[in-house]
Design a protein around this ligand. Structure first.
Ligand SMILES: Cc1cc2nc3c(=O)[nH]c(=O)nc-3n(C[C@H](O)[C@H](O)[C@H](O)COP(=O)(O)OP(=O)(O)OC[C@H]3O[C@@H](n4cnc5c(N)ncnc54)[C@H](O)[C@@H]3O)c2cc1C
Length: 318
């Protein structure tokens, strides 16, 4: 008797997204889909999106890190013997998954982008490797079969009204040997690039931090958000890390993406493959980004962007 598929997540969106592959795996292997909610806020509508049972993991307090819940999850998993566990690959989710896999003595496929059930009951997991240039397929030959799945890899299934199930609260975790001394919200300089309809993406072609103002103006006119390549966030710290796009950053799906001084390395463009229209502004006509652009402007961004802003301001009356 298969003991079900678990979805473990701390963020509402990820929990709902993970229910999609969990449901598919459960439909093949049999057994319920169990959503394990780690979030500090109220759980999202997990039943409507495919969960059969919800386990709520209680927090030990504000001074407790998320991984304090691992012993509780491990104890429950040892008892329930789930067939597979899918964990939302947030920063802390990845840590929880690794610790759980180690404690359960099982395998873990990290950052999976597709899951398929084989006839022998093993779940094939596709992972991007070599910076997204290749796909590696792995299986866990031990149980539970564990995988982490990055946010926005799957879409949540449409909600089904009236679906219900049982909710159980897990015991409070024992105190962690690590105490959280302080929590500070990240200052939100710009908004949600992942959900934006228009993304103006700044790359290393921009020379000075104050020049970001051009990109902000362009984004404002078009009702969009400013995103960036990884070096802009991680090396220059001009924009917050949640705004960088690509393999290790955000996956974006805008109607319009405008890359300004972005070369188009694979690790970046992997994050924009779902953009409807891609526009690139780069002074190097051989820049790889032009190969995947719908519209390319070869030119100095310091001349092109102000002209674009002027033209759009006039055309849109802003
Ligand atoms: C494991 C791994 C993961 C990574 N993950 C990511 C990721 O998720 N996201 C990401 O973005 N990167 C990621 N990277 C880094 C990635 O490989 C590239 O280094 C990065 O995307 C390059 O950023 P860029 O295009 O801003 O800079 P560059 O590659 O330096 O390109 C700058 C471009 O600006 C142009 N330019 C310069 N001046 C001007 C001007 N005045 N006018 C017009 N054009 C101009 C140049 O011609 C050039 O094409 C990752 C790397 C590794 C190894």
């Amino acid at each position: 008797m298969m003991a079900g598929i678990w979805v473990v997540a701390e963020h509402a969106d990820t929990a709902l997204e993970l229910l999609t592959p969990a449901r598919q795996v459960a439909d093949s292997l049999g057994g319920p889909v169990v959503a394990v909610w780690l979030g500090r806020q109220e759980a999202p509508p997990l039943f409507a999106h495919g969960a059969d049972e919800v386990l709520v993991c209680t927090h030990g307090g504000d001074d407790q890190p998320l991984e304090a819940q691992v012993p509780v999850l491990v104890a429950e998993a040892l008892q329930a013997q789930p067939e597979a566990i899918l964990v939302g690959a947030s920063l802390r989710g990845r840590e929880v998954a690794a610790r759980m896999a180690a404690a359960l003595g099982t395998g873990l496929g990290s950052s999976c982008v597709a899951l398929r059930v084989r006839t022998d009951g093993l779940v094939e997991m596709d992972r991007l490797v070599f910076g997204g240039r290749a796909v590696q397929t792995v299986v866990c030959t031990t149980r539970p079969q564990m995988a982490t799945v990055a946010p926005r890899t799957f879409s949540p299934a449409p909600p089904v009204e009236g679906r219900s199930g049982t909710v159980r609260t897990l015991p409070a975790p024992p105190p962690s040997p690590v105490t959280v001394v302080e929590r500070k919200p990240k200052p939100a300089v710009s908004g949600d690039v992942a959900g934006a309809r228009v993304v103006v993406c700044v790359g290393r072609g921009m020379e000075r931090e104050e020049d970001l103002e051009m990109a902000r103006r362009l984004a404002d006119i078009l009702g969009g958000e400013v995103g960036c390549t990884r070096p802009i966030a991680e090396e220059y710290h001009w924009l917050p890390e949640h705004t960088y796009i690509g393999l290790s950053g955000q996956q974006v799906k805008p109607e319009l993406y405008i890359g300004i001084g972005v070369s188009g390395q694979i690790q970046h463009v992997i994050g924009i493959t779902d953009a409807r229209v891609i526009v690139a502004i780069n002074r190097d006509e051989k820049a790889p980004i032009f190969e995947m652009s719908d519209f390319g402007i070869v030119g100095d961004l310091y001349q092109v962007v102000p002209r674009l802003v002027d033209e759009l301001t006039r055309a849109l009356g802003k």
